[in-house]
Design a protein around this ligand. Sequence first.
Ligand code: 3AM
Length: 180
Amino acid sequence: MIRAFFALTLPDAVLDQIERLQAAIPFGRPLAPENLHLTLAFLGEMTPETLEAAHEAAETLAPAPFAVELRGLELMGRPSGGVIAAGVAEEPRLDALAKGLRSRLAGMRIQLPRERFRPHVTVLRLKPGDADEALVARILGRHAGFRAGPVPVTGLSLFRSWLGAGGARYEELARYPFVP
Ligand code: 3AM
């Protein structure tokens, strides 16, 4: 089985901004720059055949390129095991892209979890003992004004997730460029 997801990649300037943010947060495990992305759809464990169907679904997407901006920080999950993520400024074209991808996947009979699409970029992972709620709240408050961007959305990528002892590692399997 192949664990896979669709995501947007981030330009170097934004990776640098996130790296500076990570350095300013005194707890958690920062994600390495090559593991930073904006997930559009988590596919889960796929057979090679289903993955091929997902690939074909993505190939039919052809939105015009646009850009998004990262804005603010949030805790997703609990301080004892969640993640700190950068938020994404409201952008209808991003929501439309995620929705278009999901409906094309559904057309290929690939059903995703029904949870609402919440655009974010995971910047660090927390484990028990890293930080208590008060400290997390203080850091989120301190970085509430975090901004990074622009993130040009000029294509979509299909990633494979390799789970290992040192955490997940992501490999780009395919890229679907958008045509202006
Ligand atoms: O790094 P982010 O949060 O953007 O959280 C996982 C990660 O996204 C998410 O898919 C990306 C690559 O692993 N993910 C993992 N398991 C998931 C699940 N069961 C999941 N998203 C939804 N449901």
